[in-house]
Design a protein around this ligand. Structure first.
Ligand SMILES: Cc1cc2nc3c(=O)[nH]c(=O)nc-3n(C[C@H](O)[C@H](O)[C@H](O)COP(=O)(O)OP(=O)(O)OC[C@H]3O[C@@H](n4cnc5c(N)ncnc54)[C@H](O)[C@@H]3O)c2cc1C
Length: 381
């Protein structure tokens, strides 16, 4: 019997495998991954400095330990080069591997901005353990850090770096940090708290050019200001990895298109995690992966199961300013109702009838998270 093949060993790939093993001890299972196959919690990467973790201490299990636990064959450093849906096999270079069912858990990639200048190759991004190890080795002995992008990942790294003695500049084209997640008042609260631990903000501007100067780089901002940094980290957003699916003729839009059964446009091929667009939703977070992994495992084990998403608030790991967001669905119609005190911002997104559609909590208001989350509508009922 051909194995169930999972491409990718991130949280999506490994969680489907774990859930499947709870339901079926015997189905042959193979995991093929482009990286080292370590099992680790990716969210830890943006607070590992302050928590004193070196990259080697981040993995919870090696690929070998995962293979034993999951009773699976795990192929590491084996980038899949093609999918052949008609023949039900994948290609890893010259080699081919047949599957009974295929799961795409191939994640997303950090977007790289086309910035002019001769130091573009010095811009780092972090979206994997390998990236993080590189980032930490470059960071060694360097103090001045420029972060391009003040979204969730940019703000978390800004906090982690500033809290560990680095001089942090954070640049974003939007007029506020977390522009997709926080209303203006919550954003200015977060901005003040991070400024208090040393983060310098450059908002409403962009990097026009980046040039190297010996070991450092200069960043010319569109505002006219010039910054000097020893390390540049870019965190301007993620793009789902759709190329493999695209080349195989699978339907894709922002992500690889799947329905509520997490089936792509090709029979026997599923997708979940950061690479997938589930019934119109691209949600690059851990909680949607956990729900999708459970549903998909049940489907793979013989009980077709539609994925449901409850409301899934996201904790922003900025200890200088505890923040929890549950953004309203795209296209939701309503208005923010905001209460601000010295210690907190509580922002509720309400529709015309006063129904709660989303929230953003900063500071001590985060204590209300559980109560408010119960009032929210599910993301996918
Ligand atoms: C710094 C950081 C902090 C975060 N913090 C939070 C947080 O606090 N809360 C939260 O909810 N979310 C957070 N996230 C997001 C969350 O970590 C991701 O949504 C999640 O880890 C994605 O898992 P994934 O398995 O879909 O993708 P990935 O982890 O990207 O895994 C993709 C896998 O596919 C493999 N792959 C790709 N292409 C191929 C190929 N062609 N052949 C073989 N293998 C391939 C890769 O090697 C990898 O193993 C954070 C993300 C980052 C970067």
């Amino acid at each position: 019997m051909e194995p169930v093949v999972i491409i990718g060993s991130g949280l999506a790939g490994y969680n489907v495998a774990r859930e499947l093993r709870k339901l079926d001890r015997d189905v042959p299972l193979a995991i093929v991954t482009g990286d080292g196959g370590e099992f680790y919690s990716k969210p830890m990467l943006s607070n590992a400095l302050a928590s004193g973790k070196i990259p080697a201490a981040i993995p919870l299990n090696s690929a070998g330990q995962m293979a034993d636990q999951l009773k699976a064959e795990i192929r590491t450093r084996a980038p899949v080069t093609a999918i052949e849906p008609g023949a039900r096999r994948i290609r890893i270079g010259e080699e081919s591997l047949a599957y009974s069912r295929l799961v795409l858990a191939i994640g997303a990639s950090q977007i790289r901005l086309p910035i002019p200048g001769n130091a573009v190759d010095r811009i780092l991004t972090v979206n994997s353990l390998d990236d993080y190890a590189r980032f930490r080795s470059v960071l060694e002995g360097r103090k001045r850090i420029a972060i391009i992008g003040a979204g969730l990942i940019g703000c978390e790294f800004a906090n982690d770096l500033a809290a560990t003695g680095h001089q942090v500049h954070c640049i974003d084209i939007a007029a506020q940090p977390l522009s997709r997640l926080l209303p203006a008042s919550g954003a200015s609260f977060l901005q003040e708290k991070l400024a208090a631990i040393g983060v310098a903000w450059h908002l409403g501007t962009s990097v026009a050019a980046i040039e190297r100067h010996d070991d450092a780089v200069s960043l010319a901002l569109a505002s006219g200001q010039v910054l000097t940094a020893d390390l540049v980290l870019s965190a301007v957003g993620l793009k789902p990895n759709t190329e493999l699916a695209e080349a195989a003729g699978l339907a894709h839009r922002r992500g690889i298109l799947v329905d509520r059964l997490l089936v792509t446009s090709a029979a026997g091929i599923h997708a979940l995690g950061d690479c997938a667009e589930v019934d119109g939703n691209v949600l690059p977070f851990v909680m949607p992966i956990m729900h999708a992994a459970r549903a998909l495992a049940a489907t793979l084990a013989g009980t077709p199961t539609r994925v449901s998403y409850p409301a899934m608030p996201v904790l922003v790991k900025t200890p200088a300013c505890p923040t929890i967001v549950a953004p309203p669905a795209a296209g939701a119609r309503g208005e923010w109702l905001v209460e601000r005190t010295a210690e907190a911002v509580k922002a509720l997104y309400l529709d015309g009838a006063g129904k709660l559609l989303g929230f953003a909590l900063n500071g001590t208001a985060t204590a209300e998270r559980a109560k408010l989350a119960r009032e929210l509508p599910p993301v996918l009922a």
